[in-house]
Design a protein. Structure first.
Length: 128
């Protein structure tokens, strides 16, 4: 278990942007389909009901609309992942989340530079 946690931590640290893209696509697809399911009653059953049916082993009791919703959710997530990954390839510079690879000293120097530029009255001077 500990080895798996360390391996996943290293993997997701190296692939942080990909992890953000994948999780946002999957949770976004779920939220969209679940939202539609709330308004279109009977389209997507309650999660507790699904859990109880799956726990009892009666997979046939799930309505066909549930399987349709799961299929649409998976398709929507896959399309979202592909679109976001292509967008990332074209705009890699936009996908730096808070300079998380910079060390403490570099961040301090950047803040000092920004403070000096602000003191001179140039609010919009680009950082090094």
């Amino acid at each position: 278990m500990g080895v798996m946690v360390i391996t996943l931590t290293i993997t997701f640290n190296c692939l942080y942007e990909h992890a953000v893209i994948i999780t946002s696509a999957v949770f976004g697809a779920f939220a969209l389909i679940r939202g539609v399911g709330i308004f279109a009653e009977g389209f997507y059953p309650n999660e507790l009901l699904v859990y109880q049916i799956l726990k009892s082993g009666k997979h046939d009791a799930l309505p066909i609309t549930f399987w349709l919703a799961i299929s649409v959710m998976a398709l929507l997530a896959a399309v979202s992942i592909v679109v976001q990954l292509r967008h990332r390839q074209l705009n890699v510079d936009l996908y730096s989340y808070g300079n998380r690879m910079m060390g403490y000293r570099a961040l301090r120097e950047q803040k000092a530079y920004a403070a000096a530029a602000f003191a001179k009255g140039n609010k919009y001077e680009s950082l090094p």
